[in-house]
Design a protein around this ligand. Structure first.
Ligand code: BES
Ligand code: ZN
Length: 458
């Protein structure tokens, strides 16, 4: 039996214990955006420090102005790898849509096999534990890690990573390695592993439009007095044209269509648009006309409204003419787009469309450019082969619609290329009620990392 085979066999035999460890981490309510959970975030960080030290990775928490980072270093042969994951999770609301308490993980039997149900099961605790479990198995079987491994685990990823850039800058020497490994992405489908080769950037904006200097009775003042909800609705509706294109001046400057070669590769994947929409109860693509859905969700820039409020939204009814209306708007960016130029174009457009007597205030919520990873790095080919050995189908290279700003920071601050490998599936309910992670993702994900580490170590 080869060393790798022995490691894989160990992973199979250790599944129940691995699951127990993941459940222990999932029980910690590490919601980063809500200050009420700050202690739980620290608890999760400390749990990880303890767990890492059992596998020969000397780790500690590092304080930041926000939640602590976990940093650890383990000795080993070959290349120096930096693993990144995040231990924080999204809030659980709306809680009443959960079928179980979000921080009481269980294994549920489903048609397609067992799933781990809990907040963070997929994003990102289950995923980061696939890597840690692979290291544990290597250590148990061979007495050592398969490569020199450093670890950086963040606790603010789901709340915009405010401490990340200063931390990377201050600790650049310590964190500079040969390659970053990131486990926070998904598979192409349940049988096809994926190496994510591009991520979209993100610009977040919150705006509040104010009309009259107080709320008013809509029977006494209505129609004569400007209604900020009406203004906001008109301005937001104007951000897309009838073909689903974003109307901001300069929005598409620098955006290019994928090469014919890439398009041919994606064509071969046979992405099922009807099933993609059908799975969430829909049938008609609502995005930019002329682009297939697969491109709309991965390589095209977007403008989405994430929240809108104003006036009376409680139970019953109230004939109020509100003084203010607000919205949260986000733009997903692709290569070639500059976040700050998009932000300015958005603000200019809103200001220009504002009627008399209205004012607007903007509040920024982070901005990060898109990232494209150089796939000619030999590590990409080695990892692709390793993944293909584990799963039914060959691994694919593919751009992804989500955003992981740290990958850009690794490039710019540490000069570090990242290998993005993850085992999440589209139906994991990320950021939503009833988040889950397939047991198969957890198990085969761990086996995949064991193989990838062997491949990278040469
Ligand atoms: N793990 C996700 C990113 C992701 C989502 C990767 C789906 C692959 C598939 C990550 O935790 C996340 O949600 N990131 C945020 C960005 C952040 C700046 C709030 C996102 O993409 O919205
Ligand atoms: Zn994540």
């Amino acid at each position: 039996m080869s060393q790798l085979e022995a490691v894989l066999a160990h992973i199979d035999a250790d599944q129940p214990q691995a699951l127990e460890r993941l459940f222990a981490l999932l029980r910690i309510e590490s919601i980063s955006t809500d200050p009420a959970y700050a202690e739980s975030c620290r608890e999760a960080a400390e749990w990880l420090v303890r767990d890492l030290s059992t596998l020969g990775i000397e780790a500690g928490t590092r304080d930041t102005p926000g939640h602590p980072m976990v940093v650890g270093h383990g000795q080993g042969p070959g290349p120096h790898l930096l693993f990144y994951g995040h231990y924080d999770v999204q809030p659980v609301d709306p809680l009443d849509l959960w079928t179980r308490p979000p921080f009481d993980p269980v294994l549920e039997e489903r048609e397609h096999g067992p799933v781990i149900r809990a907040r963070g099961a997929s994003d990102d605790k289950g995923q980061l534990m696939t890597f840690i479990e692979a290291c544990r198995a290597w250590k148990a079987v061979t007495g050592a890690l398969p490569a020199r491994i450093s670890v950086l685990l963040e606790g603010e990823e789901e709340s915009g990573s405010p401490s990340l850039v200063p931390f990377l800058q201050a600790n650049a020497d310590e964190l500079k390695t040969d390659l970053a490994l990131v486990c926070d992405t998904g598979m192409f489908d349940a049988r096809t592993p994926m190496i994510t080769t591009a991520l979209r950037g993100l610009v977040g904006e919150e705006l509040t439009i104010t009309g009259a200097d107080r709320d008013l009775h809509s029977g006494i003042y209505g129609s004569a007095v400007i209604n900020p909800i009406r203004v906001l609705a008109r301005l937001l509706a104007g951000l897309h044209d009838d073909d689903g294109r974003v109307t901001l001046p300069g929005f598409y400057d620098g955006v290019r269509d994928p090469s014919p070669e890439l398009r041919a590769q994606w064509q071969a994947l046979d992405f099922d648009e009807a099933a993609f929409l059908g799975d969430v109860g829909l049938s008609v693509p609502a995005g930019e006309k002329g682009y297939p859905v697969l491109e709309q969700i991965s390589v095209r820039p977007t403008c989405e409204f994430n929240g809108i409020w104003g006036g009376y939204t409680g139970a019953g009814f109230k004939t109020v003419l509100p003084s203010q209306a607000s919205a949260k708007v986000s733009f997903r960016l692709v290569a070639g787009q500059d976040p700050e130029r998009i932000r300015e174009s958005f603000r200019d457009t809103i200001r220009a469309g504002l009627p008399a007597d209205c004012s607007v205030e903007f509040h920024p919520h982070g901005g990060a450019p898109a990232t494209v990873l150089p796939t000619d790095d030999p590590a990409f080919q080695a990892a692709r082969r390793a993944l293909s050995d584990e799963w039914e189908n060959e691994a694919v290279f593919m751009g992804m619609g989500g955003s992981i700003p740290i990958v850009g920071h690794f490039q710019n601050i540490l000069g570090l290329n990242s290998l993005l490998i993850g085992f999440g599936l589209k139906d994991d309910n990320l950021h939503a009620p009833n988040e889950k992670y397939d047991l198969r993702s957890f198990h085969k994900g761990t086996r995949s990392w064991a193989r990838v580490l062997a491949a990278l170590a040469g």
